[in-house]
Design a binder for this molecule. Structure first.
Ligand SMILES: Cc1cc2nc3c(=O)[nH]c(=O)nc-3n(C[C@H](O)[C@H](O)[C@H](O)COP(=O)(O)OP(=O)(O)OC[C@H]3O[C@@H](n4cnc5c(N)ncnc54)[C@H](O)[C@@H]3O)c2cc1C
Length: 389
């Protein structure tokens, strides 16, 4: 059967749902989202949910800051509850990396993010249970925190539906039909949707799907583990979120008594349909030990649970948010590695502006263009960035 619709979003992660919501809000009548499984079943549902603004490039810092403003006032701006919790975010790096921290902090300050470089004594005040060493540099973001990624995707989808959008689950898109220089339809096993606009927000499946359409972007799906530790509450009642560049971990509190920890470990490319989502003992021991070097009392915590999820990474660890040159109506939004969740509100707005007004106005997203891989004009990364989720 053929159905006609104004826009089709492929992929129901936090990006697809944010784009759907923003298109519906901007007056696109009945945009449709097709999801191969269920909302948030890709990277989004396994995301650590950290929200911070520490980045090595202005584009990511601005996207994070604009998104933060939405997370902070989500119910008023979008509607619904993404479960934002403010816990602060500390970046700890050995002095050899002080230049990187200073560079990133300067960008944040230029953008208007509340952040400062703090002394060891000040760091000890905001992170009382931490073992801090001489020869380290600290950046502190008091306003940062975390939120619930799948809850955010559901909230975007719910609000989009209220504005006239439609969401169809268990509907893998098998093809995007292109005629001449424009997109005309997408197909699933049972339906054909005629549409002038298609946005591919297919997360880790992008690397397999894009080449079928002749889209060449260097993308990899890689596996990343996180786990939760029940804290000894008498000694460690709370702690901020943070990234420890010295010990290569990131962490945040969860609920009242858990600590989430990961390290954005660099792993081999995997097949998103068959990767192992279970945690591994080697990783657990290694990362727990590294976390205990920073938070000694955590060594006496209890393992609670853990899992692995997928990053979708480009060579410069920045996403691709662009229209596809030469194919009118076709857009890509993928490659967010370990930091897409926190950018999702602003990405949705930028993508809707790109589609409807010809350019993103909220933030200049030209550094995220597809052609940078052929131009060789990649974005800079200050230090081991993967540790900062
Ligand atoms: C362990 C882990 C920790 C992370 N921690 C953080 C963090 O602390 N902070 C942060 O900001 N980010 C974090 N991230 C990154 C963040 O989760 C991702 O960048 C973000 O969720 C990407 O969203 P997405 O919508 O692009 O992709 P996804 O959530 O993967 O969504 C893509 C969707 O497309 C669907 N799809 C694919 N192909 C098709 C098709 N052919 N037809 C229909 N549907 C299709 C998939 O089923 C999937 O639901 C983390 C990620 C992981 C794995």
């Amino acid at each position: 059967m053929t159905v006609t619709t104004d826009a089709v979003i492929v992929g129901g992660g936090v990006m697809g749902t944010s784009i759907l919501y923003n298109l519906a809000k901007q007056g696109v009548r009945s945009p449709l989202l097709l999801e191969r499984e269920t909302l948030g079943s890709g990277s989004t549902g396994r995301s650590s949910g950290l929200i911070r603004m520490h980045y090595s490039t202005e584009v990511n810092t601005r996207l994070a800051w604009e998104s933060y403003k939405v997370f902070k006032n989500f119910d008023d701006v979008v509607g619904g509850d993404p479960a934002f919790v403010k816990c602060g975010f500390i970046v700890i790096a050995p002095d050899e990396q002080a230049g990187g921290i200073a560079h990133n902090t300067a960008i944040q300050q230029r953008v208007g993010v509340p952040v400062s470089l703090i002394s060891k004594d000040e760091a000890q005040e905001v992170a009382p249970g931490f073992k801090l060493n001489d020869g380290e540099t600290y950046a502190w973001e008091p306003e940062s925190g975390h939120a619930d990624p799948s809850g955010t995707a559901l909230a975007f989808a719910q609000r989009a539906r209220e504005l006239g959008a439609d969401v169809q689950l268990e509907s893998p898109v098998t093809n995007v039909e292109i005629e001449g220089d424009r997109v005309v339809a997408v197909t699933t096993a049972t339906e054909r949707y005629e549409t002038p606009i298609v946005v591919l927000a297919t997360g880790p499946w992008s690397a397999r799907f894009f080449p079928k359409l002749g889209i060449e972007i260097p993308l990899e799906a890689t596996r990343h583990e996180v786990f939760f530790i029940k804290r000894p509450l008498d000694r460690l009642p709370h702690h901020p979120g943070g990234a420890d560049i010295a010990n290569l971990t990131y962490f945040r509190p969860e609920g009242t008594d858990l600590t989430l920890v990961g390290n954005g470990n660099v792993e081999q490319e995997v097949d998103p349909d068959t990767y192992n989502p279970k945690p591994s003992m080697d990783y657990l021991e290694n990362i727990w030990m590294r976390l205990a070097q920073r938070i000694p009392d955590i060594a006496d915590g209890e393992y609670f649970t853990g899992y692995a999820g997928l990053y979708t990474s480009t060579p410069d660890l920045h996403p691709v948010v662009d229209k596809v040159e030469g194919i009118n109506g076709l857009y890509v939004c993928t490659g967010f590695s370990g930091h897409g969740f926190k950018l999702s509100p602003a990405i949705g707005t930028c993508m809707a502006q790109l589609i409807l007004e010809g350019e993103a106005k909220l933030v200049d997203i030209s550094p995220l263009r597809m052609s940078r891989f052929t131009d060789g004009d990649l974005n800079g990364i200050t230090y081991d960035f993967r540790v900062i989720a």
